[in-house]
Write a protein that binds this ligand. Structure first.
Ligand code: ARG
Length: 260
């Protein structure tokens, strides 16, 4: 009888610890190693960081994740899902890491932990080549396309009232490419998206669209990890530091960014 009460009390305490940590359920580094697989979720609509080439998901984030898996001595398993589902994939334990050109920001830090940053980026504006929009101030009153749940969406939606420039109407798409199609069809006036994907999208249609020079934000990409999984954060940071020091990260980046 006494033993059962003890077990119940222990279970109760464990449950409370989990909910105090924001309901995160995650696999420890040794759980990952025992399973032989590192589960990485991403949204492969973001060239050059993650995109589909044939049936395969490739890109800078995939190569970084590959290195992380190698350092843990396991295989990498990549799952491609909607961008705005990535954080819940971590929270529910469906993913160990998210590598998705994800900007480390304070809002997301409430739900997940981040590795050290590995890339500097910004939000860029894409317009038609003959557009009257020449800079961010011209976005006032205009209809702007963004990818749902991204920092570009946050900037244009401006819920906190902190964005320097405001837009007329925000249209949210599941894929950046869909926003660009609507821009080229004249259904929206501009697209706000991260600078490197913007360059890639324009490189495919240089006669129709262009990227404006002014950046709207300054952001840093980091790998997202379940809240509280400090051991995994440290492992990832060690891999990133190693890749930075050895020059390997630069090599990977230039392979995808200069390879036009
Ligand atoms: N950096 C932006 C953000 O964190 C956009 C990332 C989009 N990434 C993707 N794989 N679709 O919100």
């Amino acid at each position: 009888m006494k033993k059962i009460a003890k077990i119940a009390a222990f279970a109760m305490a464990a449950l409370m610890a989990v909910s105090a940590a924001g309901c995160s359920s995650y696999r420890s580094v040794s759980d990952i190693q025992n399973s032989g697989k590192l589960l990485m979720s991403t949204n492969a609509e973001f060239e050059p960081f993650e995109y589909k080439d044939g049936g395969e998901v490739v890109g800078i984030d995939i190569e970084i994740s590959q290195k992380i898996a190698e350092s843990l001595g396991v295989e990498l398993e990549v799952t491609d899902i909607a961008f705005d589902s990535l954080i819940s994939a971590l929270q529910s334990g469906k993913a160990d890491i998210v590598a998705a050109g994800m900007t480390a920001d304070d809002e997301r830090r409430k739900s997940v932990d981040f590795s050290d940053p590995y890339f500097n980026a910004s939000q860029a504006i894409i317009v038609a080549v003959d557009s009257e929009i020449a800079g961010p101030e011209d976005l006032a009153g205009k209809t702007v396309g963004v990818q749902l749940g991204t920092t570009g969406d946050q900037y244009c939606t401006n819920e906190d009232g902190e964005s320097e420039y405001t837009v007329g109407e925000v249209r949210r798409y599941n894929k950046g490419m869909e926003a660009v199609s609507d821009l080229m069809a004249g259904r929206i006036d501009a697209v706000v998206i991260d600078n490197f994907p913007a360059e890639k999208l324009v490189a495919n249609n240089p006669d129709a669209i262009k990227v404006l020079d002014t950046a709207l934000t300054e952001e840093e990409y980091a790998i997202a990890i379940s809240k509280g999984n400090t051991e995994l954060v440290e492992k990832v940071n060690a891999v990133l530091a190693e890749m930075q020091e050895s020059g390997e990260l630069d090599e990977i980046v230039s392979k995808y960014i200069d390879a036009e």
